[in-house]
Design a protein around this ligand. Structure first.
Ligand code: AHR
Length: 507
């Protein structure tokens, strides 16, 4: 009899999985925007108004619900007027955060909003609090959203968009405890209150305003920010966004890399496990941050967002260290899958997630090199998990062994299996990750006696635990589809080692 057991209880719904949990983030950083999306209209790389067609098609396929832009740290040094009007006359600025690259502003508001339309995503614009003014941000909202006749809406029309863009999601700064102005929570709350006062709906698009939340699971930031904001918050705050990167911390809590997680493509077995372990810390963040928010906002009118997350490996040789380029292996895919499972399981708490970053930066969906493009193992997870978007999260019980491992003299336990379940119409989706490096896990699965008409399994697994896609071999890691014969009642399935699995049942 297997010792591993999964049961799904269709009677117990957790909440609707907000599709925005499957959101993305694209910053003016390294080759994310320039090269990754924007190649310019005169490029020999096939493009639509300057944006690469291969990237548009690949992104469209994974149904991105929302994309956050233009940063990141970049956002608090970005002045939106630099990125509108004829491209030849847009200014060259220094990207102070990311390698002091020259930013020619050829990709600005109109280009980003067109990219969103081409891939089918809602835009999420992040305003400049650190070095900007409330007036500048207020004007950006008017420029984007005002349908009537004003100087700014006429300027938008003259720049090619007579119709308002209708941008709903607005970030009021980014990481304002750090690169967004080095505020303390009280001062940021005061700035937030001031900025948000001037952000208006202009009659058409209801705004969803997002405040900067904590770095990692910093409860102090959350409580102090909400305490200060309390008397004035409604209705001017709708989301509160934490950032959490799955990178190792040393015993003093400082972020460090190699000793704990290795590099992007070179790691020991223990480092494999630790990377997944540190990713699973997201669950504690979600539960504790939501609990802290609940103490001020028990009706959950303010949504918890994690608008930057993902793996962050040491700089890759041959790439500028400030360009944050990294390879993406099956290990990254497991971190993506286990994190999305956490968001699904806590659908009652998380309203948006934005993995960092879409192309050529950190835990990317896509890598490009000149006219070549590949999709990463993480991309395939997003593709496989699409079925969860908008579904009803269903309580999933996973009884599995733990994997004990030791790193830097300390013992840890990692659950061997983890996952989530959701129901959308007549489709039940079950995603299960087996984190074990070399053990297949035989598991009994109990769906509570429901009748299954058809079941299909999609499995993502590498040849080994370092497998990844390269331009020479872009299909090393791709999902494999199989039909399953599922009897009514309890049945047994064996999950391959180091694998991400999505089973879709037609009821
Ligand atoms: O995603 C890279 C950077 O990480 C972002 O610019 C910043 O917000 C975070 O520290």
């Amino acid at each position: 009899m297997p010792e591993h057991h999964i049961s799904v209880n269709l009677q117990h719904a957790v909440g609707q999985i907000n599709p925005n949990i499957y959101g993305h983030f694209a910053e003016h950083l390294g080759a994310c925007i320039y090269e990754g999306i924007w190649v310019g209209e005169d490029s020999p790389i096939p493009n639509t108004n300057g944006m690469r067609n291969d990237v548009i098609a690949a992104m469209k396929k994974i149904a991105p619900p929302v994309i956050r832009w233009p940063g990141g740290c970049f956002a608090d040094d970005y002045h939106w007027r630099d990125g509108i009007g004829p491209r030849d006359s847009r200014p060259d600025r220094i990207n102070i955060w990311w390698g002091e690259d020259i930013e020619n502003n050829h990709f600005g508001t109109h280009e980003f909003l067109q990219f969103c339309r081409l891939v089918g995503a809602e835009p999420y614009l992040v305003g400049n609090v650190g070095s900007g003014t409330p007036g500048e941000l207020r004007d950006w909202v008017e420029y984007c959203n005002f349908a009537g006749d004003s100087t700014l809406s006429r300027e938008r029309a003259a720049n090619g968009s007579p119709e308002p863009f209708g941008v709903r999601y607005w970030g009021v700064g980014n990481e304002n405890w750090g690169c967004g102005g080095s505020f303390d929570p009280e001062d940021y709350a005061a700035a937030y209150r001031q900025f948000s006062t001037y952000l208006r709906e202009f009659g058409q698009t209801p705004l969803y305003l997002i405040a900067c939340g904590p770095r990692n699971n910093d409860i102090d930031w959350t409580l102090r920010f909400l305490e200060k904001l309390k008397p004035a918050w409604r209705p001017k705050i709708h989301g509160f966004a934490a950032h959490y990167y799955a990178r190792a911390r040393d015993p003093q809590g400082r972020e460090s890399y190699s000793a704990f997680t290795g590099t992007a493509t070179d790691y020991t077995d223990a480092q494999w496990y630790y990377q997944i372990y540190v990713g699973l810390e997201m669950e504690r963040l979600v539960m504790q941050q939501r609990a802290a928010m609940d103490s001020y906002d028990p009706d959950r009118q303010i949504g918890l967002i994690v608008d930057e997350w993902g793996t962050w490996h040491p700089p890759t040789e041959g790439h500028h260290p400030r360009h944050l380029w990294q390879q993406n292996t099956i290990r990254d895919a497991l971190v993506a899958a286990t994190t999305l499972d956490i968001f699904n399981r806590h659908a009652d708490k998380v309203v948006m997630g934005n993995i960092a970053q879409t192309i050529n930066v950190l835990q990317a969906m896509i890598l490009t090199d000149g006219d070549q493009m590949l999709t990463t193992p993480t991309y395939h997870v997003y593709d496989m998990y699409q079925a969860h978007q908008g579904g009803q999260s269903i309580l999933l019980q996973v009884d599995s062994d733990v994997i004990p491992f030791e790193i830097n003299g300390k013992q840890y336990d990692l659950p061997a299996l983890s996952g989530s379940a959701s129901l959308k119409g007549r489709t039940l989706t079950l995603s299960i990750v087996n984190s074990h490096i070399d053990q297949p896990i035989e598991t009994t699965i109990d769906l509570g006696g429901i009748k299954i008409k058809q079941a299909e399994l999609s499995t993502l697994v590498g040849e080994d635990i370092y497998s990844h896609n390269t331009f020479a071999a872009p299909s090393q890691v791709e999902p494999r589809l199989t039909s399953l014969d599922v009897p009514d009642g309890e049945w047994v399935h064996t999950f391959e080692p180091a694998s991400v699995n999505v089973i879709t049942f037609t009821l």
